[in-house]
Design a protein around this ligand. Structure first.
Ligand SMILES: NC(=O)c1ccc[n+]([C@@H]2O[C@H](COP(=O)([O-])OP(=O)(O)OC[C@H]3O[C@@H](n4cnc5c(N)ncnc54)[C@H](O)[C@@H]3O)[C@@H](O)[C@H]2O)c1
Length: 324
């Protein structure tokens, strides 16, 4: 496959590059800026030099079409987007990038139908509303969506538009709804705090996770596999799927931290505010459609993440901007 990844220099993008490269695919990174900081902590320089940077704004439909044609792109993973805090601070910009940008991707896909076989795009578990709005769960892909953020409504809008492109033009797409993805490179967004806590543990520093309650923690290599696999698994239609990793409360997460690093009992603290997104989601739909899917145990994912942070620190390559 010749895969264009929008937002390819971001956290998820970097890990998806790693996965796709291992599968021998050609990779093109469409991003607003060439900032390989995250790629460089996930991949070695040799692999990075074999990817192609395509500079552009995801809202620029003409540039997307030119890029797809010029590089003979056959598949698209669309990740470029702004996260909850940015969308909350600037809802108009949020809609421009997250909604108009996704429409531009679908329009470019339509223009290049003779080449492009499929779009796989990042939706989010933020399409779900507060846990109190729902029965206990696990909740299927189809339950009523009632988010409490603009970001969540932008993602619903994208899922709806993806369906319309299938109805009107037969264009196949898969939307994926991660919850809290954690791992090396996760440095922005509302749910980046568990990863920041792991970075602080690696450095023997204190960290306070500002929320509490339940969340669904998903190891980034597993999520990257789901995105990559969704590109070429037999599928026709336009559907969005929940992902499921480890659904745990902060107390349990803290216990896992402590088991791995006893000093975490003092260093890491957490609050009591439940994130207002239903957390007990079923991934039966996804497993049935494209499974079986990998699931790294929580303690293993955390162990690998801390180990990698320590290695980066020893090499003088650990970025600490997000925890200072
Ligand atoms: N990380 C998670 O836990 C999580 C959970 C649910 C959904 N998501 C979704 O997955 C996607 C990727 O998340 P991430 O954590 O890798 O985000 P990230 O912030 O690390 O990366 C986003 C990338 O998009 C690029 N970008 C931003 N605006 C752009 C524009 N206008 N044009 C082109 N590129 C632009 C950025 O430069 C960056 O490289 C996002 O759509 C996000 O909403 C992530």
């Amino acid at each position: 496959m010749r895969v264009l990844i929008t937002g390819g220099y971001g956290f998820l993008g970097s890990w998806i590059v790693k996965d796709l490269f291992a599968g021998g695919h050609s990779i093109f990174l469409y991003d607003i800026k060439q900032d390989a900081e995250r790629l460089e902590v996930v991949l070695n320089k040799d692999i990075i030099s074999q990817t192609t940077f395509c500079e552009g704004n995801v809202t620029d439909q003409d540039r997307l079409i030119r890029t797809i044609r010029e590089h003979g792109i056959t598949h698209i993973i669309h990740l470029a987007g702004l996260q909850v805090p940015t969308c909350r601070a600037n809802p108009v910009l949020g809609a421009q990038v997250n909604v108009m940008g996704t429409l531009a991707i679908f329009e470019a896909y339509k223009e290049c139908r003779n080449q492009v076989k499929r779009v796989v795009y990042a939706s989010s578990a933020a399409v779900f509303g507060p846990p109190a709005d729902y029965p206990e769960g696990p909740l299927s892909d189809e339950v009523r969506l009632s988010p409490s953020t603009n970001y969540g409504f932008y993602k619903i809008c994208n899922e709806g538009n993806a369906k319309v492109y299938f109805l009107d033009h037969g264009m196949t797409s898969i939307g994926l709804r991660p919850w809290t993805v954690y791992g090396v490179g996760r440095d922005v967004g509302m749910t980046s705090e568990p990863t920041k806590a792991m970075k602080c543990m690696a450095l023997h520093k204190p960290y306070h996770i500002t929320y509490g309650g339940f969340q669904d923690l998903q190891y980034v290599a597993d999520v990257a596999r789901v995105f990559a696999h969704s590109l070429d698994v037999p599928f026709e239609g336009a559907k969005s799927y929940n992902l499921r990793g480890d659904v745990v409360d902060l107390q349990t997460l803290h216990q896992v931290f402590e088991k791995l690093e006893p000093e975490a009992s003092k260093l890491i603290t957490f609050g009591d505010r439940q994130i207002q997104i239903a957390y007990n989601l079923s991934d039966d739909g996804l497993q049935k459609e494209i499974g079986p899917l990998p699931k790294t145990p929580l303690s293993e994912g955390i162990f690998r993440t801390i180990k990698k942070f320590r290695k980066l620190e020893a090499e003088g390559r650990l970025d600490k901007k997000d925890i200072s």
